[in-house]
Design a protein around this ligand. Structure first.
Ligand SMILES: [Zn+2]
Length: 518
């Protein structure tokens, strides 16, 4: 890093002055970094109206993290198809739904492996398991087609968590992301069994006490599932070999995803399992609530679910919470349903991050809410393709510019890149184009993704309103290969800061490359 920085100093100054100490001292090095950033910003402005050039630029741009990524939605249908064929699964031709053997072609339930030899069936399944070529009609909306995909391939994703992890991290590496926070529901079957034998009277303390005895088995099962998946990921990506897949270098943490469309006893038990797991397994850093926010139980029980979170947050205050909230649009639900979800998620559900937040201007007192989000540093995870295909909201209808103007922190995320047929680079491109974002803003979004990640450790940055290094690293150039001893000690103690340092190094190299015309 140091020698690359030195080479860049020579390039930028156009002279052969010595540059040894310049490379690691912030006061002298900072203007050079600024020059490269400015050159990159000008280059970005020059190519931004060419979609192919924009995509190539943004694919190479370091992006930090993807904070909103459902593991089951991250997989492309082609992968699911291959795995299902290998497993000997069958497919119900009429509904494009995977079912367990025995298969029976006479009953229109052939082996799914037939799709690998039958182009029509292959196309049918990929379209049914994703948003590819989807055109809404009076019978099926984008919202319905999207959410219905998950039930169709559910059989195969239950059995392939490790393969899915390998695919998601491989894709993250291609997108130049270094950290994923993946949503997944662990030990699901054990929790459902536990709930069946647990009385429910609506009192959270009673429920917690009743569930307590079974929680150890749930945690053990979740740990086994994660161990198995991680081993499979390492094998699949050949992480121990001489030529490991770049996905091996991507750091992963999990958010326990609670299925908000289920009855209260299940939702509470899953929340409790998520909080317990986050306290007991460093791989799980928080929880999130998933499934359509407009569904019957999601809408009916919204306030009760926030009350559950309020209760459990009181018991487990260190566990992080991110919540889907405001993934709604006028007409999708009655007007009253648009008025309070985001505020309740923050004030009652203790959400530190909000997923989507699309209907924010329909909330009661929206400007006060925006100011509150800015003041409390509640980040919004923006998922452009998902919002467009599920809610029909994009461009000027989307609140992203309003959030930016209100100084609410934002990050770009994929949501379900496989089902959506997208990836993180494309989401950046859509954001840049839809809302005319500058390179500087995109860089802030990338830095935000690590700043607001739930990965443990102190931040590299002093505060959340800028990107000034903490005192220990004030004398170092962020991203330098050999930070001074104070900074090195600080980085050694913080996984988050190490990721942030790595992003700064990547950004430096990326900008130096653009400035050098590479
Ligand atoms: Zn989501």
């Amino acid at each position: 890093m140091q020698h690359r920085l030195c080479a860049f100093v020579l390039f930028a100054l156009g002279s052969l002055v010595g540059c040894g100490p310049v490379a690691t001292r912030a006061p002298a090095a900072a203007p050079v970094r600024e020059d490269a950033a400015q050159i990159t910003a000008r280059h970005f402005d020059a190519i931004r109206h060419s979609p192919p050039q924009l995509e190539a630029f943004l694919r190479a741009m370091p992006k930090g993290a993807d904070l909103h990524n459902h593991l089951s939605g991250a997989i492309y249908a082609e992968d699911y198809l291959e795995w299902a064929a290998r497993d000997g699964d069958c497919v119900e031709r009429a509904t494009s739904t995977l079912v367990a053997p025995p298969c029976d072609a006479a009953l229109d339930r052939p082996p799914v492996a037939d799709a690998l030899r039958d182009d029509a069936l292959y196309r049918q399944l990929i379209d049914a398991w994703s948003m590819r070529d989807f055109v809404a009609d009076s019978g099926t909306s984008g919202h319905d087609h999207f959410f219905d995909t998950f039930g169709k391939f559910h059989l195969v994703n239950k059995a392939h968590r490790g393969d899915m992890l390998a695919r998601a991290t491989h894709q993250a590496a291609l997108d130049h992301a270094i950290y994923l926070e993946l949503m997944d529901t662990l030990a699901d079957a054990q929790i459902r069994m536990l709930v069946e034998h647990t009385p429910w009277d609506g009192d959270f303390a009673h429920a917690q006490a009743h569930l307590h005895a079974g929680m150890a088995a749930v945690l053990a099962q979740a740990k086994t599932e994660l161990d198995t998946a991680e081993q499979r990921r390492r094998d699949e990506l050949r992480c121990a070999g001489a030529q490991p897949d770049p996905g091996c270098a991507v750091q992963v943490r999990f958010l326990y995803q609670v299925l908000r469309g289920f009855p209260a006893p299940v939702v509470f038990a899953q929340m409790l399992a998520g909080f317990e797991l986050a306290m007991n397994d460093a791989r799980v850093v928080g929880i999130n609530l998933v499934m359509p926010e407009d569904g019957y139980i999601s809408m009916r029980d919204y306030r009760e679910q926030m009350a559950m979170l309020d209760y459990l947050h009181g018991k487990y205050p260190r566990v992080h919470i991110s919540l889907h909230a405001g993934e709604l649009a006028p007409g999708l639900v009655p007007p009253d349903g648009l008025r309070f979800h985001i505020r309740a998620a923050i004030e009652r559900g203790h959400a530190q991050r909000i997923g989507h937040g699309v209907d924010v201007m329909h909330e009661d007192h929206p400007h006060e809410l925006l100011a509150e989000m800015a003041r409390r540093h509640v980040l919004v995870e923006i998922c452009p393709t998902s919002n467009r295909s599920i809610l029909g909201i994009g461009g000027d209808d989307h609140p992203l510019p309003i959030y930016l103007a209100a100084q609410v922190p934002l990050a770009i995320a994929t949501d379900d890149e496989g089902v959506s047929r997208s990836d993180l680079s494309r989401e950046f491109a859509i954001a840049a184009t839809s809302w005319n974002l500058s390179y500087g803003t995109l860089k802030t979004l990338a830095r935000n993704s690590l700043e607001y990640a739930f990965v443990p450790g102190a931040s590299l940055w002093q505060g959340r309103d800028g990107f000034e290094p903490v005192r220990a690293c004030a004398a170092a150039t962020p991203g330098a290969a050999t930070p001074d001893p104070d900074c090195a000690a600080f980085l050694a103690g913080s996984e988050k800061a190490r990721l942030q340092w790595q992003l700064e190094a990547q950004l430096h190299d990326f900008e130096a490359g653009i400035a050098a015309g590479r």
